[in-house]
Design a protein around this ligand. Structure first.
Ligand code: PLP
Length: 343
């Protein structure tokens, strides 16, 4: 079987980030959480730290989606998500850089209709990046509305590419298979191996791509744990497993993935997608005050809250090296001002 880097080379891709993103030790948090005496080390993979569009995990998926779109001479990229979608904002930014038209089909996935949520944060930036924004009327799904809009554009003679929610297809997941390779190389140069990796799980492509990448390198992906923030955990698990298998198939890898190799925890989703939890609000403060770093209220804040709870309950042991995947999303903070100020 060919090595992962040469399998990835077969797919059209463009460069949207200055890789590798850094891996940093979180010593302030190790002190705040009492990990020094327990012999547990904490690190962050800074996928929030990218030059384009404010950065975030979706740029890795877009490297492959937009690589295909450019190869196919697409004129208009249509994608979808919630009003405060980071994926939508980064698709708009990447299209602006590449000189492609971008249309965003956004739905009201979160029970909010206040000024901040509807117009600040990612919504403000979508417009700044020049994307055309369509708000889906009640009673329709973002996917059906995006397909209808794509048909209209095709009738006008445009070549259109529709990218599903979160960019989470097997093609998009290649971006995180490539990230797994990047992390494995960083481990080699740091002279350590991460015993655990923690991240948020929304549309599941980040976990699935990472799992597929490590599996393709012959490393069982059970050391990765994601916290479900969109669907309930069983559905997120099903979707992550399916996408991991599809990504390995696309790569031409024969690695077998058993359901037990995919760990998805639903304990920090709270009342639902985009609904703040007390633990998330404390996690954002803890990260900001111990490290001067920003998590987001919808995804990485809930994942980090899960990691803190697991550390407090004694899940991790002496000698563990834990890697938190920081996935970006800081613009979302500005749509959650009242929740954060009330915390
Ligand atoms: C900031 C941030 N973190 C994590 C995720 C979760 O990634 P995925 O949708 O691939 O599960 C998202 C998805 O939208 C995101 O915007």
């Amino acid at each position: 079987m060919a090595p992962l880097h040469s399998l990835l080379d077969h797919f059209p891709q463009i460069s949207l980030l200055d890789r590798p993103t850094p891996i940093q030790r979180l010593e302030g948090l190790e002190r705040s959480l009492g990990l020094v005496k327990r012999g547990i080390k904490l690190f962050a993979k800074r996928d929030d730290y990218m030059a384009l569009g404010g950065g975030g995990n979706k740029l890795r998926k877009l490297e492959f989606h937009l690589g295909e779109a450019l190869r196919d001479k697409v004129d208009v990229v249509v994608t979808m998500g919630g009003l405060q979608s980071n994926h939508a904002r980064l698709t708009a930014a990447a299209c602006a850089k590449l000189g492609m038209r971008c249309e965003l089909v956004l739905g009201r996935a979160v029970p909010r209709d206040d000024e901040e949520y509807e117009h600040n944060g990612n919504m403000l930036l979508d417009a700044l990046f020049g994307a055309v924004v369509h708000i889906v009327p009640e009673g329709f799904t973002t996917a059906s509305w995006a397909d209808t809009r794509a048909q209209e554009l095709q009738m006008q003679g445009c070549k259109v590419r529709v990218i599903p929610t979160g960019g989470s297809t097997a093609v998009g997941c290649l971006g995180y298979a490539k990230a797994a390779l990047e992390i494995a190389r960083q481990e080699a140069s740091m002279g350590l191996e991460f015993t655990h990796m923690v991240m948020a799980n929304g549309s599941s492509g980040t976990h699935a791509g990472m799992a597929a990448g490590f599996a393709a390198m012959g490393r069982a992906p059970g050391f990765i744990k994601s916290f479900a923030v969109l669907a309930e955990a069983p559905e997120s698990h099903r979707r992550t497993l399916e996408l991991t298998r599809q990504t390995l198939e696309l790569l031409g890898s024969e690695q077998v993935i058993e359901p037990s190799m995919i760990a998805v925890d639903g304990a920090h989703r709270g009342a639902g997608y985009g609904v703040p939890t007390k633990a998330m609000l404390s996690a954002l403060q803890l990260m900001a005050r111990s490290e001067g770093l920003l998590l987001d209220p919808v995804y990485s804040g809930k994942a980090f809250a899960g990691l803190v709870a697991d550390l407090e309950s004694g899940l991790y042991a002496q000698g563990d090296n834990i890697l938190l995947l920081m996935t970006g999303g800081a613009p979302g903070i500005f749509a959650y001002r009242s929740a954060l100020q009330g915390a």
